[in-house]
Design a protein. Structure first.
Length: 241
């Protein structure tokens, strides 16, 4: 459903960050993008979601095709309408709104008649959000805010969800919970997810396919089963060389 073909991304007309990067996401699959700090993972997600523009970044070569449409350098709002939703690093929720208001705000592209059904669905995935439906988001724990950020994305009924480091800053128990939810979304909702993670163990455990990037390019790709067995991946990313 998503084909990123040989893209180059430049910030401020000078800094070349992606240098011919290609990747694909098939419908109904979870694909992870791994790599060290500064490799260009977040930049890749922003190129797909159109958020590069707000940081003076541009796709200067190659193309991004989503379900048959060219979307490189398209407006972020247009790309959301096409069905791609990015959950940003650092849990962007509206801190002054309560849980349910945050969810409703996430549904701005959805038909209003469906909003209640969507809220009920999010609550079945995240019973904790239901318990805290009237609590201000700003007072929730990091893990709860991450759940809310995922819940908000679901309210927009996206075809493809881009997740940037959902495990960042969470306790091991909550990390497990978040990854279980990703697994469930894949199994029950046939969700398509492109996941950027530092936690390579968890990411490979929930994904079908993985890409490893270094310095703006993909250096290795394969099914997650292949990657967990790969000696280089073990040594550099799984901490068990
Ligand atoms: P991390 O895991 O540390 O978040 P990453 O793989 O997601 O890293 P990016 O955030 O995509 O990497 O950054 C890749 C490179 O692009 C870095 O060298 C970074 O300094 C540079 N970069 C990112 N955003 C900008 C920007 N707005 N302007 C200029 N350079 C940028």
């Amino acid at each position: 459903m998503l084909n990123v073909n040989n893209i180059e991304v430049v910030y401020n007309d000078v800094i070349l960050v992606l240098k011919g990067l290609s990747l694909n996401v098939r419908e109904g699959s979870v694909v992870c993008l791994l790599g060290s700090n500064g490799a260009g993972k977040t930049t890749t997600l922003k190129a797909v979601s159109g958020l590069l523009d707000s940081e003076d970044g541009r796709v200067t070569d190659g193309e991004i095709v989503f379900m048959g449409d060219r979307i490189d350098n398209k407006d972020a709002a247009e790309i959301v309408k096409n069905g791609i939703f990015q959950i940003m690093e650092g849990r962007r929720v509206f801190k002054d709104l309560n849980v349910e208001e945050n969810l409703i705000a996430g549904a701005y592209t959805s038909p209003s008649a469906k909003v209640k059904d969507y809220i009920d669905k999010v609550y079945t995935y995240f019973p904790r959000l239901k318990e805290r439906r009237t609590q201000l988001a700003g007072y929730m724990s990091g893990g709860e805010q991450q759940m809310l950020a995922i819940g908000r994305a679901l309210m927009a009924e996206p075809k493809l969800i881009l997740m940037d480091e959902p495990s960042l800053g969470l306790s091991p128990l909550l990390v497990k919970e978040i990854f279980n939810i990703i697994k469930t979304l894949r199994e029950k909702e046939n969700a398509s997810i492109l996941l950027v993670e530092q936690n390579a163990n968890m990411a490979l455990a929930v994904s079908d396919y993985g890409y490893i990037m270094e310095n703006g390019k993909i250096v290795l790709e394969g099914t997650s089963e292949e990657l967990v067995k790969n000696e280089d991946v073990k040594e550099f990313y799984l901490g068990s060389g």
